[in-house]
Design a protein around this ligand. Structure first.
Ligand SMILES: NC(=O)C1=CN([C@@H]2O[C@H](COP(=O)(O)OP(=O)(O)OC[C@H]3O[C@@H](n4cnc5c(N)ncnc54)[C@H](OP(=O)(O)O)[C@@H]3O)[C@@H](O)[C@H]2O)C=CC1
Ligand SMILES: Cc1cn([C@H]2C[C@H](O)[C@@H](COP(=O)(O)OP(=O)(O)O[C@H]3O[C@@H](C)C(=O)[C@@H](O)[C@H]3O)O2)c(=O)[nH]c1=O
Ligand SMILES: [Mg+2]
Length: 296
């Protein structure tokens, strides 16, 4: 089975490529210049040429703060581009597995969000991803949308790598303790997406289609996440770094983020039988992989 993935250097794209062999699938990454999400006309020819059995729509404009001043580009990539990927899947005749985000929610709920909860993005990035979800749903019925969150890995840019970089030169890092969510390993997402792709390709059950929440088990504030990252790094010989727990008001950013974007994984568990590992265990794996590759 050949899974064609949008994006080349992205965390999820790279993790899918890394897991292909052990899951006995072929993963082909497809990105710029042939496939440019900001150029909708490039999308169908680039994907069709690769003869996919399933398409994983993982590429996106993910710079949350920058998106506030690049609204047009964010929507062109995350909304129009995502819709064009879905339309291409429909034309080729294969399912589309699309990635979305916890930032579609406003964060005012007290418990974990379920798939049917009302959305209300607080940022341009979140709004552009929500519009992407709507377009994917409108373009192709043979789709699954996976909302994930707080993604980290040894690849690309992410909070875990930012913390390890800051920790190299500091003894204390200030991190917000009043935003809650579910840190999620890109590798765990990739494994789940491969399993889901196999299911969706071979089973026309409508219950496998629609929106699903796909996040690491457990929950954390960004400060909790940072503390755990530094604890893991300490076990691999890094000097201790303290986390100064601050509030959102102490850390102004261009984009507003939800105070609570914990996602419930119950639907995914019930329908696909998939549960991701606890974020703490996967964070330790990612820290180990990163520090081993840096030789520290
Ligand atoms: N990162 C996170 O914390 C979260 C991510 N998500 C969603 O999960 C998905 C995967 O995220 P992640 O792997 O972290 O993403 P990354 O930010 O690591 O990578 C983004 C990818 O999108 C590609 N891309 C950006 N613009 C374009 C464009 N115009 N044309 C083609 N490709 C483009 C990049 O291309 P190139 O390879 O050329 O750099 C890169 O491969 C995204 O849909 C994202 O919205 C959801 C929740 C959390
Ligand atoms: C770097 C840093 C961030 N923060 C805060 C800012 C923010 O509220 C929170 C996270 O900051 P970041 O900018 O790293 O993360 P952010 O870009 O908001 O991450 C998001 O990316 C997109 C793509 C998603 O889809 C989301 O699920 C989420 O992962 O931590 C600190 O408090 N101290 C710090 O030193
Ligand atoms: Mg960021």
């Amino acid at each position: 089975m050949r899974i064609v993935v949008t994006g080349r250097e992205g965390q999820v794209a790279q993790s899918l490529a890394a897991l292909a062999f052990e899951h006995d699938v072929e993963v082909v990454l497809c990105g710029r210049p042939e496939l440019d999400l900001a150029d909708a006309r490039s999308i169908y020819p680039a994907l069709a040429a690769l003869k996919p059995d399933a398409i994983v729509s993982a590429a996106a404009y993910t710079a949350v703060d920058k998106a506030e001043s690049e609204r047009e580009l964010a929507f062109s990539v995350n909304a129009v581009g995502a819709g064009a990927v879905a339309a291409a899947g429909k034309q080729i005749g294969v399912p589309v597995l699309h990635l979305s985000t916890d930032y579609v929610f406003d964060g005012s709920k007290s418990g974990a969000y379920v798939e049917t909860d009302r959305t209300g993005p607080r940022s341009v990035y979140g709004a552009s991803k929500l519009e992407g979800e709507k377009r994917v749903t409108a373009e192709i019925s043979d789709h699954a949308i996976f909302r994930t969150a707080w993604v980290y890995s040894a690849y690309g840019h992410n909070f875990l790598k930012t913390m390890l970089r800051l920790g190299e030169t500091r003894d204390t890092v200030s991190v917000v303790a009043d935003q809650w969510g579910c840190p999620t390993s890109a590798e765990d997402i990739a494994a789940a997406i491969i399993v889901a792709s196999k299911r969706i390709v071979s089973d026309s059950d409508p219950r496998l289609r629609g929106i699903f929440h796909l996040t690491g088990s457990g929950e954390a504030s960004w400060a909790d996440f940072a503390e755990h990252i530094f604890a893991c790094a300490g076990r691999f010989g890094r000097h201790p770094v303290a986390v100064n727990r601050i509030t959102t008001a102490d850390y102004p950013t261009p984009a507003k983020r939800p105070a609570n974007s914990r996602l419930s994984g119950r639907k995914l568990e019930e329908i696909y039988g998939i549960t991701l590992p606890h974020w703490q265990a996967s964070t330790e794996k990612a820290v180990r992989a990163l520090l081993a590759s840096q030789g520290s």
